[in-house]
Write a protein that binds this ligand. Sequence first.
Ligand code: NDP
Length: 503
Amino acid sequence: MSLAADTSAPADARTGDSFDSLDPSSGRVLGTYPVHSAAQVRQAVARAREAALWWQAQGWDGRRRHLRAWKGVLARGIHELADLVHLENGKPHADAVLEIVLAVDHIEWAAKHAPKVLGPHRVPSGLMAANMAASVEYQPFGVIGVIGPWNYPVFTPMGSLAYALAAGNAVVFKPSEYTPGVGRWLEQAWQQAVPERPEVLQVVTGLGETGAALTRAGVDKVAFTGSAATGRKVMASCAEDLIPVLMECGGKDAMIVDDDADVKAAADAALWGGMSNAGQTCIGIERVYATDKVYDAFVAELTAQAKKVRPGSDAKASYGPITMPGQVDIISRHIADALASGGRATTGGTIDGAYVSPTVLVDVPESSSAVREETFGPTITVARVRDAQEALQRTNATSYGLAGSVFSGSKARGMQIARQMRSGMTSVNSVIAFASVPGLPFGGVGDSGFGRIHGPDGLKEFTRAKAIARQKYALPTPLLSFARSPRLTDQLAKVIGLVHGRS
Ligand code: NDP
C-alpha cells in the first residue's frame, strides 16, 4: 500500500476540488486528495446502502471473518500505517504504533462480541402477557456516516467504524482534512481484506463542507468526533431529517491527587496524560487538583519529570509538533492568560514554531481560559485544594464531562471519588486506562457529547432495538380485542389490586 495518494496533483491546493495533506513538522506536502462534492458523497452513500444488504446477508460468522481479515491487514501493516500517522499527525512512531494496537484490539472485540450482545434475547413476558414469547434483538441502521478528527486518526474513528460494521452497517467515513491519508489507508486495507464488497467501507475526503454534505447524504446515523462547536453544527444539520447522532466531543479533564496518593506515580501519569501526543488528546489531563498535603511534592515531582520530556520530530522526541497550525494560537493565548492573571510556569511556557515546550502552570485562577477552555496542548495547570471534596467540586465546575483520573492510596476512597466525578470515564491510580479496555463504554456528558463507542454500549449505538412479541397460545377470552368481556375487566382489576395494591 502506498503511504500517500495522488501526489502528482498541484502542491498548493487547499481549496477547489483538491487539497493537500501536510507534514506538520515541516509543512511539506505529503499527498493531495479530492474534495468530494455533495453529489459524490451522496453517490458513496447510495453505493454503501446497496453494499449494506450484502454485508447483512453475511451473518455474524461472515462479518466476523471479514472483520478479522481487515484486522489482519492492519496488524501486518502496523509500521507502515504508524509511519503515515507520524507524518500526517506528527506524533512519534511508537505512539502511533500504540494507537493502532488498541484499534486492532477493538476490531477483534467488536467482531467477537457482536452476536452475543446484539443477537435475539428472550425477555420475560410478565403477568399480563403470559401467553406471549417476548424477545429483543438489535438490528443495524443501514448506513452510518462517520466524521473523525485528526488527533488519533486510527484509534478514534475505529470506535465507530469497527462497532458499526460489526453491528451489520455499511460505513462512509470522512476523515479530518489533516489526516486524509490515514483514512485512505484504512479504506485500502478494507478493499484488500474484503475485495468482494469494497463499498461496505468507503472514505470520502475533503474539508468541513464534505463532512456537512455527509450529514445530508441520506445516512441513517452520524457518528461525530470533534469539537463541541462543530458537533452543534452537525446536530443542527441532522435535525432537519431527524437523523440520530453520536457526539464524541472535547473535554477539560482533571486529575485529583488525594492526601494518601503515590505522588510520583500521579506525576508520571499526569505528565503522560497531559503531554503525550503534544497534549492533543480529548481524554488528556489538562488540570490537576492536588490536596494541600501533597501539593508541594506533586508540583516538584511533575516539574522535574516534565523537564525530561522534549518535543521534536526526531526518533527520540517525547512528542511531536502541534498538528493544526491554528491551535498554536489557542495554546499561546491560554498560557499568556494564565501568566497574566497571576499564574506561574514552573517549567516551559515557550513556543517555537509548531513545538510547545512541556508547560506546568501553577497559581492560575479558576477563571482563566487555561483552566476553563480546552487547550489541546502540552500544558497542565495544577491547583492546591483543601481536600478531595474541594477537588471534586472544582473538577465538576465545567460544562465538559469527558473523563478524568483519581490518585488515592485507598481503593474504596479512589472508587468513591471516581463515582462522584461528573464524567463518562475515570481511571483510578492510572490515566486514560479505560480506553484500553475494549469492553468499557467510551463517551462523555455535557459539552463532551452523548452516546457511547466501545463495548456492548458501543455496539448497540449502531443499532435499533427491535422488539417482537409472539403469541404462544390464544387465551380463552382475548384481552386485546373488542371481544373482551366486561367480566374479564373486573377480574383483571381484582388481580392487579391483589398484586400491586398492597404497597
Ligand atoms: P473539528 O470539530 O474541527 O472537526 C472534526 C471533524 O468534523 C473533521 O473531520 C472536520 O473536517 C469535520 N467538520 C468540520 N466542519 C464540519 C461541518 N460543518 N459539518 C460536518 N463536519 C465538519 O475537530 P478536530 O478535528 O479539530 O478534533 C479535535 C476535537 O475533537 C477536540 O475538541 C477533541 O477534544 C475532540 N475529540 C473528541 C474525542 C472523543 O472521543 N470525545 C476524541 C478525539 C477528539 P475538517 O477537518 O476537514 O475540517
